[in-house]
Write a new protein. Structure first.
Length: 257
């Protein structure tokens, strides 16, 4: 698939897909009203690299793809934690890999919420315990999971949650075959449209850009994720929410192996 920057062209580029969306006036896959607070667009989210060399190129590709949004830029920076711990840092997203064990999950994205809807920090974890196995140890599976988990940290939900449906040509689509066709390795036009909707208003303050390590727990185990609030496709995809004593809420998006 040929990727063309929407910013440089000044146009909305729609990828050719086998199963295409019909034209619509709005997208439909945000998660509640969660968003980064900011006072102007485009804004920039730093993605902290706490990754081994096996994962670096996948984060670089995901960062470039999400930066094709009209409202959002991402940059990769030196990580503020370790892969095994993956503790959050305020104002940005820490991206980590480690052999987290036989937890059952391939990837986890977590966002911390204040004021009911404002994202203040996030983490992405990819589990080498499974990605070192032949079934998942492919460039396509690694790129799909990295792109999708990073996308969750901007407030996006999934476009489709049935692994057996035809691919929609977006990493925010669940699939049993990331290569497709079409491939589900990068965002599509509806993801960028949804970001335009999510970030169509401004806030009186910003939650983006600080870089202070937090004392928040890493929350790697399902028992720490709080209440299960959404289940899709026989439990293969789940979302949890947990209220913390400091008034924050943690939302956890999970891809199960």
């Amino acid at each position: 698939m040929i990727s063309t920057s929407r910013k440089s062209a000044g146009l909305l580029i729609v990828a050719l897909t086998v199963l295409a969306f019909q034209p619509s006036t709005s997208a439909h896959h945000r998660w509640r009203k969660y968003h980064w607070a900011r006072q102007s667009n485009p804004f920039s989210v730093k993605l902290g690299k706490n990754l081994s060399s096996a994962w670096t190129t996948y984060l670089t590709s995901a960062s470039a793809d999400w930066s094709n949004s009209d409202v959002l830029n991402t940059t990769t920076v030196t990580g503020g934690t370790t892969g095994a711990t993956c503790a959050p840092t305020s104002g940005r997203v820490e991206v980590c890999n480690a052999a987290y064990g036989s937890t059952g999950w391939l990837g986890v994205a977590q966002i911390w919420i204040t004021g009911g809807s404002h994202i203040t920090q996030g983490t992405v974890k990819v589990n080498d315990t499974y990605f070192n196995q032949a079934q998942y140890n492919t460039p396509s599976w690694r790129q799909l999971v990295m792109c999708q988990e990073v996308g969750h940290t901007f407030g996006l939900d999934h476009q489709d949650e049935n692994f057996n449906n035809a691919n929609l040509g977006t990493c925010m689509d669940y699939t049993s075959n990331p290569d497709g066709p079409p491939s589900n390795l990068s965002p599509n036009a509806h993801d960028y449209e949804e970001l335009d909707i999510i970030y169509s208003h401004f806030d009186s303050f910003t939650s983006v850009g600080a870089s202070t390590p937090q004392a928040s727990p890493a929350l790697n185990n399902p028992s720490e994720w709080g209440q299960l609030v959404k289940v899709a496709h026989g439990g293969k995809t789940q979302i949890f929410e947990r209220d913390l004593p400091n008034g924050q809420r943690v939302v956890t998006f999970v891809i199960w192996a």
